[in-house]
Design a protein around this ligand. Structure first.
Ligand code: LLP
Length: 402
């Protein structure tokens, strides 16, 4: 099995397993595809860095002109190091510290996406101390239900994210009277892995009503941001029809002098990555068969945390009758299972498997649980593979302990 002309088996031999492998070409193609679908000159794609914050991958997107959506001081550092322009960076999250605000204000980012009245007060304080105006948007919670896993839905009143519309309007009015705050946009984010465009339409209508109301009071909005969340196909194949998604948004913005911001993470990088893992052992109980591989939930948490079903492909050609088994990792947790009841020819020890759709929320959510070093990452660009992060060494695991 090859990725952009490079044999995954040869990469596994060279760099070991588990191994993340990404395709720069896929990221470029998907970025271009999204731009084409949106078909609006006045738009900006702010890549949600949390999906995969490897600098080499970030460089691919910044090189295409993308901005970044960050959620911490650490991501600000990474975004700048990956070449994202400060004037294309937006800062999200319910718990920005004043230190993080200060760092971002000094770098003159595009905007803060503010999620509470108290956060707005903190931002005003930091701006006053630095003697600058802080550009911001309120993240509005539109109370729209997007059908996705309950761990990754964000746009409803029971979620901790955003500000309800009445309060958002009040915060904008307050900011209009402040010397240190500059309202420049409005934002929402409904959740992640959404496959139906309709909730985006509802949410955007909601935002535009607030824009119209506040414009009468003197607010000058420059952009509207409908967040990220565009769904990709995993094993079930369900995905967002991206042209319908784009049309839903575009028709609502016709004749409005507003820049459209989007914050996709998964859609851009998810399908661009695989996690290559080696088969260790097979075993059987009276009720099930298991195949144990060398990747675990510490390397790819999504199946354990969200019951996510990633596609599994055999890298080592293996024919024969299909058998049913659970694909599990070595971590001492029952939840350390990639697929329950997978049907394919039984892998043998030493066989390599590729876990698909691993470019987003794979490495970025990895940990060293069970004192397992984090995997290496390889980026393939122009048919050349480059190690963009070395595998952690055992000594890295204890390095910071005193
Ligand atoms: N913008 C904001 C404000 C967000 O909170 C997120 C994701 C995004 C954009 C990007 O969403 P995307 O386009 O990637 O769906 N770890 C979970 C996903 C958590 C998403 C958190 N916020 C997973 O593996 O499914």
């Amino acid at each position: 099995m090859k990725l952009d002309g490079v044999s995954l088996a040869s990469l596994a031999r060279k760099y070991g397993t588990p191994l993340y492998v990404y395709s720069a070409k896929t990221v470029r193609t998907r970025y271009a595809r999204l731009i084409r679908a949106i078909n609006r000159s006045d738009s900006l794609i702010c890549y949600a860095l949390k999906a995969n914050s490897n600098k080499a991958l970030g460089r691919v997107l910044s090189g295409l002109g993308a901005g970044a959506d960050i959620v911490s001081g650490g991501e600000l550092d990474r975004a700048l190091a990956a070449g994202f322009k400060p004037e294309r960076i937006v800062f999200s999250g319910v718990g920005k510290t004043q230190e993080e605000m200060r760092a971002a204000l000094k770098r003159k980012i595009l905007a803060f996406h503010v999620e509470s009245g108290e956060e707005l007060t903190a931002l005003e304080t930091v701006a006053r101390r630095l003697n600058v105006r802080a550009p911001f948007s309120i993240r509005v919670n539109p109370d729209v239900k997007a059908d996705t896993h309950h761990h990754i839905t964000t746009g409803m009143s029971e979620n901790k994210f955003g500000v309800e519309s009445a309060e958002a309007a009040a915060l904008y009015e307050r900011a209009l009277r402040s010397k240190w705050l500059e309202p420049i946009g409005i934002q929402c984010h409904l959740g992640s892995q959404i496959v139906d465009p309709a909730p985006y339409g509802k949410a955007l209508d909601h935002l535009l009503r607030i824009v119209d109301r506040l414009s009468k009071k003197g607010a000058r909005f420059r952009y509207v941001d409908v967040g990220g969340g565009i769904g990709i196909p995993y094993a079930s194949g369900k995905k967002m029809a991206v042209d319908r998604f784009a049309a839903t948004i575009r028709k609502r913005l016709e004749n409005r002098p507003l820049t459209l911001l989007l914050e996709p993470g998964r859609w851009l990088v998810g399908p661009a990555g695989v996690l290559v893992t080696e088969t260790l052992y097979r075993k059987k109980t009276s009720s099930r068969r298991f195949v144990v591989v060398d990747a675990g939930m510490n390397d790819l948490l999504r199946p354990a945390l969200y019951d996510a079903e990633h596609t599994i492909t055999s890298v080592t050609p293996r024919r024969g009758k299909k058998e049913r088994f659970d694909l599990v990792g070595p971590v001492c947790e029952t939840a350390d299972r990639f697929v329950k009841g997978l049907m394919m020819p039984l892998p043998r020890p030493g066989d390599l498997l590729a876990i698909g759709e691993a470019g987003a929320y794979g490495f970025s959510m990895s940990s060293t649980y069970n004192s397992r070093p984090r995997p290496a990452e390889v980026l393939i660009d122009a048919a050349k593979a480059k190690l963009v992060r070395r595998r952690q060494r055992l000594s890295d695991l204890t390095r910071d302990e005193r």
